[in-house]
Design a protein around this ligand. Structure first.
Ligand code: NAD
Ligand code: UDP
Length: 312
């Protein structure tokens, strides 16, 4: 028997496609909505044989109607080169997408989860970042279309909850990686692996001393689904990420070691407003979700490298 009917926006993307797969495995019926900007049918084609799965080509900036129990709102390009390609569209996707999904949730009384981001903390002045921290974001910089769009989305979620009793959940996702990242989407893990496998130069932006904390996709989705299933009065925002923190130089060296590549490391200019450090404080996730990551970077990289070996 089908447990729940679930809508996943951005379902043909990296995280969305894994989420659709997981939710189907757990016995749910899943509708995957996507405009295929950064996602692809290839990511979900293996699910099409399942009669409880359907794909819908739609843009979240336009109203949409469906009857479901839950909505996971993931639609939004996530890599800097893609979200900066058309910054106005990125803001519209976050803001109008949130309005449309919240309006839908209100009308059909569904629970709705927002895929927010560590970028709401901007270039953080406190370390590690806790949910109480308000952030340090440049409102007119190149990353603002994404950061501020996601911040307004959180504002909309909180206010639909307070004003209209919509059941909401907000997850703040820290850098997540794994199979099905787009090989050319410019994010650091996929860039370094693809470069190493092709024997091309490994491009470090800046000195490589900036840090990120990398979470493997399976861990992240476990946290996301746990959050959706928490009691109604727990709404977040909650950080979900792996506190293991690495410099980009350490990451490059790890990728070189694990691929056995002889690629050279080269240094390129640091993009404007690139955050210098990032690490989640996951005390709240531990307490409220009973969650913590289980897959260390070395293991996650191994699985991701195996995937890229098959496709590049
Ligand atoms: P992704 O780019 O692979 O997936 C985003 C999906 O949304 C794609 O399939 C894309 O085609 C779709 N999309 C974009 N604009 C749309 C629109 N207007 N209408 C319908 N669909 C649209 O990125 P991802 O890494 O899978 O990220 C998924 C979500 O998680 C995003 O909201 C992102 O901001 C958030 N997030 C991801 C990370 C990460 O490290 N992967 C970190 C923080 C937050
Ligand atoms: N980065 C890098 N080389 C690359 C791609 C990215 O050194 O080829 C750096 C980037 O400047 C940033 C970090 O890696 O400091 C993470 O970048 P990504 O785009 O993956 O995520 P975000 O900056 O959004 O956390």
């Amino acid at each position: 028997m089908i447990k729940k009917k679930i809508l996943v926006t951005g379902g043909a993307g990296f995280l969305g496609s894994h989420l659709c797969e997981r939710l189907l495995k757990e016995g749910n019926e899943v509708a995957c909505l996507d405009n295929y900007f950064t996602g692809s049918k290839t990511n979900v084609v293996h699910l099409l044989d399942n009669p409880y799965f359907e794909m819908i080509r739609h843009d979240v900036t336009m109203p949409f109607f469906i009857e479901v129990d839950e909505i996971y709102n993931l639609a939004c390009p996530a890599s800097p080169i893609h979200y900066q390609y058309n910054p106005i569209k990125t803001v519209k996707t976050s803001v109008m997408g949130a309005i449309n999904m919240l309006g839908l949730a209100k009308r059909i009384k569904a629970k709705v989860l927002q895929a927010s981001t560590s970028e709401v903390y901007g270039d953080p002045e406190i370390h590690p970042q806790t949910e109480e921290y308000w952030g340090h974001v440049n409102p007119i910089g190149p990353r603002s279309c994404y950061d501020e769009g996601k911040r307004v989305a959180e504002t909309l979620f909180i206010n639909y909850h307070k004003q209209n009793d919509v059941k909401i959940k907000i997850i703040r996702i820290f850098n997540t990686y794994g199979p099905r990242m787009h090989p050319h989407d410019g994010r650091v893990v996929s860039n370094f692996i693809v470069q190493a496998l092709k024997g091309e130069d490994i491009t470090i932006y800046g000195s490589g001393s900036q840090t990120r904390s990398f979470c493997y996709v399976d861990d992240l989705l476990d946290g996301m689904i746990r959050l959706m299933n928490t009691r109604d009065d727990f709404i977040g925002p909650v950080n979900v990420g792996n506190p293991g923190e690495f410099t980009m130089l350490e990451l490059a060296e790890l990728v070189l070691k694990q691929t056995g590549s002889r690629s050279k490391i080269v240094y390129m200019p640091l993009p404007a407003d690139d955050p210098t450090q990032r690490q989640p404080n996951i005390t709240l996730a531990r307490k409220e979700l009973g969650w913590e990551p289980t897959i260390p970077l070395e293991e996650g990289l191994k699985r991701t490298i195996d995937y890229f070996k098959r496709i590049v």
